[in-house]
Design a protein around this ligand. Structure first.
Ligand code: NAD
Ligand code: IPM
Ligand code: MG
Length: 359
């Protein structure tokens, strides 16, 4: 039976980068027999403008009924004056929580051709292959109470709450240990257990889950040190597991080790392995509409989709190899440009990846 993919282009560069991923999916279907069908829906600012809601009920229903979702990006200055409750980003968070996508896998892999584009020296990043496992449906993003209230003195107060239950911590740690078993068997749990009780519990549960994986070495690191270590000596890490907000921040930092945030894909999975796939970057309002955004993070997100939700590991490998070939040819969007390479736009890069697909 063909697999149903819901396409959610979103805002800013979202439609530009998703168009390249769709070209790729069409080529995989027509040339390589990947059995899939695509449907589209609105999310984010585009959905707000059309319906008054960043996640219309029909979009959530279509997402629930699909095998996998591909999302571009949401948000932008146009919607920034709106209250958080109806901002485009709320649509994305609604999809994550509505589908129970608690496990966010964010691999940071350096393509060797991009060593010159990394912010770090080649020897520090050569062969870099780390995986950030970010908890995605809990923590301070979703904790209650939240909001802004007014104290009896008349002063206003902003509130957000960092909260995790044991079971939420246990299931994300289990994902981290499971993937570490397939990799280099090292998990570093990143917390702030010297200050925040919630993450003191996180550390306790990580240790408890670790007892079930005697072949995996577990270490712990405070998040401030982890940020520093990521840019000092990133290859010390294999799998990092951390909470929603720390994972958001650390993954943007890790992106620059690979040359650009335009290179980092992600998979967000639920307990049934249904998944949403998206680049980790945002809608890049500063370059939207210019045809210059890097589509490779979105294209590599399609590879993750093929592997995790569509049961097409061969096609996933095909896509990753095609990206490697295009980089070998010296084609670069502006964000990964280096001396001796050739600047191309979003569509030219997408076309080149499709042309580089091989049997
Ligand atoms: N998953 C998402 O949909 C998502 C993620 C992050 C931010 N956002 C939203 O996007 C909007 C803009 O956020 P921001 O500016 O903080 O972050 P951003 O990731 O959109 O952009 C940060 C910088 O990276 C560059 N960049 C991002 N993606 C790129 C690509 N594919 N190719 C080349 N350059 C790229 C941008 O041009 C910009 O200079 C905000 O509304 C934010 O909430 C959405
Ligand atoms: C847009 C925003 C809600 C989102 C997040 O904070 O999770 C983004 O930064 C990301 O990394 O996917
Ligand atoms: Mg982010």
């Amino acid at each position: 039976m063909s697999k149903k993919i819901l396409i959610l282009a979103g805002d800013g560069i979202g439609p530009e980068i998703v168009a390249e991923a769709v070209k790729l999916l069409v080529a995989l279907r027509d040339r390589f027999g990947v059995d899939l069908e695509m449907d589209e829906a609105l999310v984010g600012g585009a959905a707000y403008d059309a319906t008054g809601h960043p996640l219309p009920p029909e979009t959530l229903a279509a997402a629930r009924a699909s095998d996998a979702i591909l999302l571009g990006a949401v948000g932008g200055p146009k919607w920034e004056p709106l209250p958080i409750a109806v901002r485009p980003e709320k649509g994305l968070l609604g999809l994550r929580s509505g589908l129970g996508l608690f496990a966010n896998l964010r691999p940071a892999i350096l393509y060797p051709q991009l060593a010159a584009a990394s912010t770090l020296k080649a020897e520090v990043v050569e062969g870099l292959d780390i995986l950030i496992v970010r908890e995605l449906t809990g923590g301070i993003y979703f904790g209650e109470p939240r909001g802004v209230d007014t104290l009896p003195s008349g002063e206003r107060r902003g509130i957000n709450t960092l909260v995790y239950t044991e079971s939420e911590i246990r299931r994300i740690c289990r994902v981290a240990f499971e993937v570490a078993m397939q990799r280099n068997r090292r998990v570093c749990s990143v917390d702030k257990a010297n200050v925040l009780e919630c993450t003191e519990l996180w550390r306790e549960i990580a240790i408890e889950v670790g007892r079930d994986y005697p072949d995996v070495t577990l270490s712990h690191m405070y998040v401030d040190n982890a940020a520093m270590q990521l840019v000092r000596a990133p290859k010390q890490f294999d799998v990092l597991v951390t909470d929603n907000m720390f994972g958001d921040i650390l993954s943007d930092a890790a992106a620059m080790l690979t040359g650009s945030i335009g290179m980092l894909p992600s998979a967000s999975l639920n307990a049934e392995r249904q998944g949403m796939y998206e680049p980790i970057h945002g809608s890049a309002p500063d370059i939207a509409g210019q045809g210059v955004a890097n589509p490779l993070a979105t294209i590599l997100s399609v590879a993750m989709m093929l592997r995790y939700s569509l049961d097409e590991p061969e096609a996933a490998g095909r896509v990753e190899a095609a990206v490697g070939r295009v980089l070998d040819l010296g084609l670069r969007t502006g964000d990964i440009l280096s001396p001796g390479t050739r600047r191309v736009g979003t569509a030219e890069m997408g076309d080149a990846v499709v042309a580089a697909l091989r049997d």
